[in-house]
Design a protein. Structure first.
Length: 709
């Protein structure tokens, strides 16, 4: 609009302004530009934008400004100075403009994936602010954050540069002080959760880029708040606030957990909050979660309920998740038992008692036909029946199954199934681990049976001695295998593929001499297996080596064993399928089946039970523990295998493993005898430590176990 005339243009055009006028300032906008001009005779000088006007720029927060403000606060009691300091400290713009990453002018490249901020400078400034001379200034900063800055953070920041404040505030040490959790740290979490979808994704991207230390501190801070709220929240807060604050903290941790799945900053167990098992009744919490899920599914009006921690499984350790699974098992069993009991009542009323259902899963088996009987018995039961408590009856025996007979059933059945004569599994010598054999002599329902047995072991809290690699449990949870899984199962093959990927020279073809096919030997005959169609004619080179490794892993863990694995998986999921399985990490699921190796031998001694003449103070018992504690780790594990049938311990730890030692009238030249079904050791009354050491070592080393030999 020049000389009261408006013109719309789509291309550059030269305007001739009025005579005797000079331009004093140019204001540029998105789609409008303004030129300010004055008479040439005016004293107003044109503004030179090549020179920065410090008085008009955003005030920066740095060591110099901190010292200036500190001195002003010391020298004056004028409230105006205090207000000026508060104004600056509560300004998101001032914080966002400070600490710019000036390496390679990175702050000029700020975008949804680059924050353009130097977090180390932020940390150093807050360290300075935390020193005693700056105590008053830190107090003012904390109050400014609490009352002005955080409450005013918008849902949709005007620009990506305005997002830096969320990274800056996370470095403030005041947030880690428990007295500021309610007023500072939780409100920041709520402000983050209020962000619209796009800025929320920007923050996620930036969190992916921060170093592991920054991310770990953030995770630990909000984990501490969960514990703080669970321990003292009821005394400090009314229920509605407690629920809101707990929900916000857990949702922020959930957001961080999703970021970590992409970035891999910390191990998944860094999110565990071990205190939860003592602060919360996991069984009750799971039941609340289960009922809330049922209400949603049935589309009934949901009752306002408290936050359930089971909705955030990433904070629950293996022990808590085991309790959840056992609660689910008990719930499923009770539902199955209740259904059976209701059916029994109905049958009695209709005079058809022969059709009454048993509230237990009862298996009748013969010792000399264990596999065929187990297959016959387990295939006639429904999925619901398999969730009932297991009772095993051996043909011709009257023993009441209080747990020992069931354990013996698992041990004997798996020993027979693992017999190498059937060729069901291949044992890898280097790792001593088992994997499905791509050539076997049994029907697929045998693999289905092993899957069912693993599921029953979980539901009946029994540890079984199966040396499967972690990749099996990853596949059950839908997690894709990686090269690390091959390194665990077959270290030599894994290292060879890693060397192929790491080779820097261009002579991959000449050095490795590989094609997209592998050879397998079966009983003296060699077969070529193509990894991709026509693979026996495709050479592995520097450009396609990653494709080769991917195809190799796919063949190893999927294609070559697909039918066998599918049979195993369907059996396992028939017992343990459902949403609750998705709450577990692969290593946690593995520990549920085969136990873990978190040994605490002193705890095992503490929990030991003695029978007959023996007691904790008996001389022979004292000698036994002296000898045992002198054993190296591998020998202790061999003893555990000898006594319990497994060299690993239940997922709940040593406190859940109770062994018994009883005296016998046998003479000293007899070896100790283990009853693996009851974790019971029959031990003669040895008179010397040397004799006890020799006899115990002989007994342990003569035990073969169930590995493929």
């Amino acid at each position: 609009n020049l000389n009261q005339q408006s013109v719309t243009l789509s291309s550059p055009f030269l305007f001739l302004g009025p005579d005797h006028y000079a331009i004093t300032k140019i204001n540029c906008g998105g789609d409008h530009n303004f030129l300010l001009y004055s008479d040439e005779k005016s004293s107003t000088a044109p503004e030179d934008f090549r020179v920065t006007n410090i008085s008009r720029s955003i005030s920066l927060i740095n060591d110099a400004s901190l010292n200036t403000w500190r001195m002003k606060l010391l020298d004056s009691t004028d409230s105006t100075i205090t207000n000026d300091v508060i104004l600056l400290l509560s300004s998101a713009a001032c914080w966002n403009a400070s600490f710019l990453d000036e390496s390679d002018d990175s702050h000029f490249k700020t975008n949804p994936k680059v924050p353009g901020i130097d977090l180390n400078s932020v940390r150093l400034l807050f360290e300075t602010l935390s020193k005693p001379p700056f105590a008053r200034l830190l107090e003012q900063a904390t109050k400014s954050f609490e009352s002005l800055l955080i409450p005013q953070l918008p849902c949709s920041p005007p620009d990506v540069e305005a997002m830096r404040i969320y990274l800056i505030l996370s470095e403030c040490p005041a947030l880690h002080d428990s007295k500021n959790y309610i007023t500072l740290t939780i409100p920041l979490a709520m402000a983050i959760l209020r962000l619209d979808a796009n800025p929320s994704k920007v923050l996620d991207n930036w969190w992916c880029l921060v170093d592991g230390g920054v991310f770990s501190r953030l995770v630990d801070m909000y984990k501490s708040i969960v514990v703080f709220l669970l321990t003292g929240g009821k005394a400090l807060l009314v229920p509605v606030f407690l629920e809101n604050y707990t929900s916000a903290t857990l949702k922020l941790l959930e957001k961080l957990h999703k970021v970590n799945l992409k970035a891999g900053h910390v191990e998944y167990n860094r999110f565990y909050i071990p205190d939860i098992t003592t602060l919360v009744d996991i069984q009750e919490d799971y039941l609340k979660w289960f009922l809330s899920k049922a209400e949603i599914k049935m589309r009934t009006p949901a009752v306002q309920s408290s936050v359930t921690l089971c909705a955030y499984p990433f904070i629950l350790n293996a022990q808590a998740k085991t309790t959840m699974l056992q609660t689910d098992a008990e719930l499923q069993m009770q539902m199955a038992v209740s259904g059976a009991n209701m059916h029994n009542v109905f049958m009695l009323l209709t005079l058809e008692p022969l059709l009454a259902r048993n509230p237990f899963l009862v298996l009748h088996v013969r010792r000399d036909h264990l596999v065929s009987d187990a297959l016959r018995e387990l295939t006639i039961y429904s999925d619901v029946d398999l969730k009932k408590p297991l009772k095993v009856i051996f043909d011709g025996e009257e023993a009441v199954d209080a747990g020992g007979v069931t354990k013996e059933f698992f041990l004997l059945l798996l020993k027979e199934l693992m017999d190498p004569v059937y060729g069901m599994f291949t044992q890898y010598t280097q790792s001593n681990l088992l994997w499905f054999s791509d050539k076997c002599f049994v029907e697929h329902n045998w693999f289905n049976l092993i899957g069912i047995i693993c599921g029953l072991a979980i539901y009946n809290s029994t540890v079984v001695d199966l040396h499967f690699p972690l990749v099996l449990y990853k596949k059950l949870l839908g997690v894709a295998p990686t090269l690390e899984d091959l390194k665990e199962l077959s270290p030599t093959e894994g290292r060879s593929l890693q060397q192929l990927l790491d080779h820097e020279e261009d002579d991959v073809e000449e050095t490795f001499c590989l094609i997209f096919a592998i050879t397998r030997e079966y009983y003296g005959l060699t077969e070529v297996k193509e990894l991709i169609p026509g693979g026996d004619r495709i050479t592995v080179d520097k450009n396609n080596r990653e494709e080769f490794v991917e195809a190799y892993l796919k063949y190893m863990f999927r294609d070559s064993v697909s039918e066998l694995y599918q049979a195993f998986s369907s059996g396992f999921l028939k017992v343990c399928g459902g949403k609750i399985l998705s709450l577990f990490q692969p290593s946690e699921l593995m520990a549920m089946v085969v136990g873990n190796n978190n040994y605490n031998w002193e705890e095992m001694e503490k929990n030991a039970v003695y029978k007959g003449e023996y007691s904790a103070t008996h001389p022979t018992v004292r000698m036994f523990w002296e000898v045992f504690h002198e054993f190296p780790l591998e020998k202790k594990k061999r003893f555990l295998l000898f006594l319990t049938g497994s060299d690993r311990i239940p997922i709940h730890g040593m406190e859940s493993l109770r062994i018994s030692i009883q005296s016998t009238s046998a003479e000293e030249h007899y070896l100790p005898v283990a009853h693996t079904c009851y974790n019971l050791l029959d031990m003669p009354r040895y008179q010397t430590k040397e004799t006890l050491h020799r006899r115990l070592t002989q007994a342990v080393e003569q035990y073969e176990g169930f590995s493929l030999v």
